[in-house]
Each structure stands twice: as structure tokens, then as C-alpha cells.
Design a protein around this ligand. Structure first.
Ligand code: DQA
Length: 145
């Protein structure tokens, strides 16, 4: 039987990881993160479906797809949409697939406009503030979901 799949969905500007404000987000690229996740997923008997989009609707379509495909969980770094998107909040509530919120930085210790998380109000868990490792810590939580 195929391994359970974990969708890892990344929002706007995360395609620029590596060069984007490295003092905040670190120097790992999204491809580096995908590689780390795939290595660990193999050990955990999971498969990774890694995606990135700068468009809110793509993230929503992919969450619906994750449920339709029977994904085990979604790791979601919605980036700035975290703080603005009721549509993403509703999408998380609309599916049964558990969603773990992920951030490289810790938005709660940054500007006030980052303190609200519409994603976090609907997600089952949140990992933030560990740089690229936030994704790996979130992946460790999947087998228990
Ligand atoms: C982020 C934090 C958000 O506030 C910001 O808009 C991002 C990245 C993070 O991973 O730390 O784009 O989600």
C-alpha cells in the first residue's frame, strides 16, 4: 500500500526563501526544506506533496484536493495570508484533513499586525519560530493525528 501523504502548502513570497530577509527567515530555500522533509518523511513512512503559491485561491484549492486525495494531514505556512484570510480559515474548517500551522519566524514576537492568525483559529496545532526546523517539528506531529 502507498504511504500516507502529507501536503505541505506554502503561501506568498516563500518561493524567495534563501534570499528573502535571511536575518528573519534563514538561508534555507524552499527546495532545501522540501529535501529535509522528504528525508524525514521516508523514515516515518510518509510521503510529502510540497507546493507553493503566491495566490490565495490556489492554497484553498489544494486544501480541498488534499482531502479528496485522502491526505493524512496538511502543514500550512500561509505566510501573510495567515493574518488576513478568512477564506483560508473557512477552508480549514470545511475539510476533515487536520491542518498544522507552520511559520519559520515567530509572528507573535514581531509586528502587531502579525499577532492575529485566522489560520491558527482553525488549525489543530501550530509550530513557529524554529526556522526551517518548524516544518520538521510539525511533521513529527503527523503520526499522532
Ligand atoms: C511567515 C510569517 C508571516 O508573518 C509572514 O507574512 C511570512 C512568513 C513565517 O514563516 O515566519 O510571509 O509565515
Amino acid at each position: 500500500m502507498a504511504n500516507p501523504v502529507v501536503y505541505v502548502l506554502n503561501g506568498p513570497n516563500l518561493n524567495l526563501l534563501g534570499t528573502r530577509e535571511p536575518e528573519i527567515y534563514g538561508s534555507d530555500t524552499l527546495d532545501d526544506i522540501a529535501g529535509m522533509l522528504e528525508d524525514r518523511a521516508r523514515e516515518l513512512g510518509l510521503e510529502i506533496e510540497m507546493r507553493q503559491s503566491n495566490h490565495e485561491g490556489h492554497l484553498i484549492d489544494w486544501m480541498h484536493e488534499a482531502q479528496a486525495e485522502g491526505a493524512k494531514a496538511i502543514l500550512l505556512n500561509a505566510a501573510a495570508y495567515t493574518h488576513t484570510s478568512i477564506a483560508l480559515h473557512d477552508a480549514i474548517k470545511a475539510i476533515r484533513t487536520p491542518v498544522i500551522e507552520v511559520h519559520l519566524s515567530d509572528p507573535m514576537t514581531r509586528e502587531e499586525f502579525r499577532h492575529i492568525s485566522y489560520v491558527g483559529m482553525a488549525a489543530v496545532d501550530c509550530v513557529s519560530g524554529h526556522g526551517a526546523k518548524s516544518y520538521l517539528i510539525a511533521l513529527e506531529k503527523v503520526p499522532d493525528l
